[in-house]
Design a protein around this ligand. Structure first.
Ligand SMILES: Cc1cc2nc3c(=O)[nH]c(=O)nc-3n(C[C@H](O)[C@H](O)[C@H](O)COP(=O)(O)OP(=O)(O)OC[C@H]3O[C@@H](n4cnc5c(N)ncnc54)[C@H](O)[C@@H]3O)c2cc1C
Length: 425
């Protein structure tokens, strides 16, 4: 098997240049970015079935569930360079305006796409649709796929790593039990089981909050407006979705204290809609129906190491953020694009893609973007959740100030569009 990444140990085991563990939104997107360069022999390993369909109740760790994701301008551009935007765009609803308000207080601001010179401040897509487009593309690429498979053990080698696999794959005869790789990319989500096998753990800080998500049928059109509303219980976002069978829809993310989230998810549809209407008001008319409701306990999870010789952590395995600013996946897309560019440059200079120098240059490049995004998401989550008089007053004044200051608003919008580091267009 041809390799471009330096000396290899003699081995009878199958060899891959790059093995990516975790076929979620990040793992698949990165596989496609790397495959586009047609340089490497790539394997993607996923513990689930790898079909991009909705997970069953017993398999809720998959990326492609009932959530929706607000793709930033930068993520859109990355998918465009991958030749995928034409397929994704019809599934997306453009955010033309962000409307921020505070329940029971006067502060209110609007951020418009026109002010920032783009057609959309973001593009909202249901994760299942994103998954379906990504997995269709995956099957057309020269990427080896092992579904229903996990890493049982990792052994560092002189060059690369040896991976022992455990598989529930029905095609188990075709899945080898040991493989070698020059570079192992760990993208199996927060609290990565695979990273733990290397003694790489993460620092976790619970927000003591839960995000309740659901799709909601609206009484009137959303007009491309994303609503971010502070309530006494926590912030809520209603993001515009494409119409479905003539129904107007938005995707709800409602951050709650842990206890009340359970009753919202388990209570009746009628109770849920009544609570939502009371907290949100009638800007989108009367809410008519709610789809499946799911709860996500919120924790800031940061891996203690992101790179080692022949190993790199990506996506939620590296950093999992509060969803209030809709930045977790978008940050990971910027990381993925930077990693693909770094590996490509290393390949051209005939450097080993697993060397610490190469991986460290990727990490150093992304560090300030990661730090800024983590800090801003963390601060926003606290700011949006605070209920003390002083913070509420400051927040309302802040919103009013933001409304009167186009430059400040633009700074806010650029953060949302994934241009926080200023390098990404
Ligand atoms: C409510 C909510 C709303 C959000 N909204 C936004 C948003 O609008 N914009 C945004 O940018 N981000 C958003 N995010 C963040 C975004 O969802 C995450 O950044 C994204 O899911 C990370 O994807 P991932 O592929 O790294 O991890 P995951 O989605 O966790 O995927 C990991 C994959 O690895 C697989 N796996 C697990 N263990 C193993 C194993 N041992 N071996 C092999 N495979 C394994 C899993 O089955 C899964 O397929 C939101 C998050 C939440 C909770």
């Amino acid at each position: 098997m041809a390799t471009h990444s330096g000396i290899q140990e003699q081995s009878t085991h199958p060899h891959f240049d790059i093995v990516i563990v975790g076929g979620g939104m990040v793992g698949i997107s990165l596989s496609l970015l790397l495959a586009k360069q047609k340089r490497w022999n790539i394997l993607l390993i996923e513990s689930g079935p790898l079909d991009g369909l909705a997970p069953s109740a017993s398999n809720r760790s998959l990326s492609f569930d009932e959530r929706s994701t607000a793709l930033s301008w930068t993520s859109r551009n990355i998918y465009q360079t991958m030749g995928l935007w034409d397929k994704l765009q019809p599934c997306c609803s453009q955010i033309r305006q962000i409307h921020v308000s505070d329940r029971g207080h006067g502060g209110l601001t609007r951020i418009c796409a026109e002010e920032t010179g783009v057609d959309g401040l973001g593009y909202v897509i249901e994760n299942r649709l994103l998954g379906s487009v990504l997995t269709q593309k995956l099957r057309k690429e020269a990427i080896s796929l092992y579904g229903n498979t996990q890493i049982a053990a990792i052994q560092p080698l002189r060059s690369g790593v040896e991976l022992r696999l455990s598989s529930n794959n029905p095609n188990v005869d075709r899945t080898p039990s040991v493989i070698h790789a020059d570079l192992l990319v760990i993208a199996d989500g927060a609290n990565s089981k695979t990273a733990a096998k290397l003694g790489i753990y993460s620092q976790q800080t619970s927000y003591h909050q839960t995000a309740v998500i659901a799709n909601v049928q609206l009484g009137q059109r959303h007009q491309g407006i994303a609503y971010e509303r502070f309530t006494d219980q926590g912030p809520m976002a209603l993001l515009p979705l494409t119409d479905f069978q003539g129904q107007y829809r938005s995707s709800l993310v409602w951050v709650q204290p842990e206890a009340s989230a359970t009753s919202l998810v388990e209570g009746s549809e009628h109770e849920f809609l009544e609570q939502l209407q009371k907290r949100f008001g009638f800007r989108l008319g009367r809410f008519k129906q709610v789809g499946s409701r799911m709860a996500y306990p919120l924790t800031l999870t940061l891996a203690k190491e992101q790179i080692r010789r022949n190993v790199v952590l990506m996506g939620n395995s590296a950093h999992s953020l509060h969803p209030v600013a809709g930045q977790g996946f978008n940050l990971s897309m910027r990381d993925a694009a930077a990693l693909a560019a770094t590996l490509s440059a290393a390949h051209q200079r005939q450097r080993s893609i697993g060397s610490v120098d190469v991986l460290d240059s990727y990490y150093q490049q992304q560090l300030s973007d990661q730090r800024n995004t983590v800090m801003l998401s963390n601060n926003l989550s606290k700011f949006f959740s605070a209920s003390s008089m002083v913070t509420t007053l400051g927040r309302n004044l802040g919103l009013l100030a933001l409304d009167g200051a186009p430059q400040l608003r633009q700074g806010f919008a650029q953060f949302g569009m994934g241009m926080a580091g200023g390098r990404h267009g």
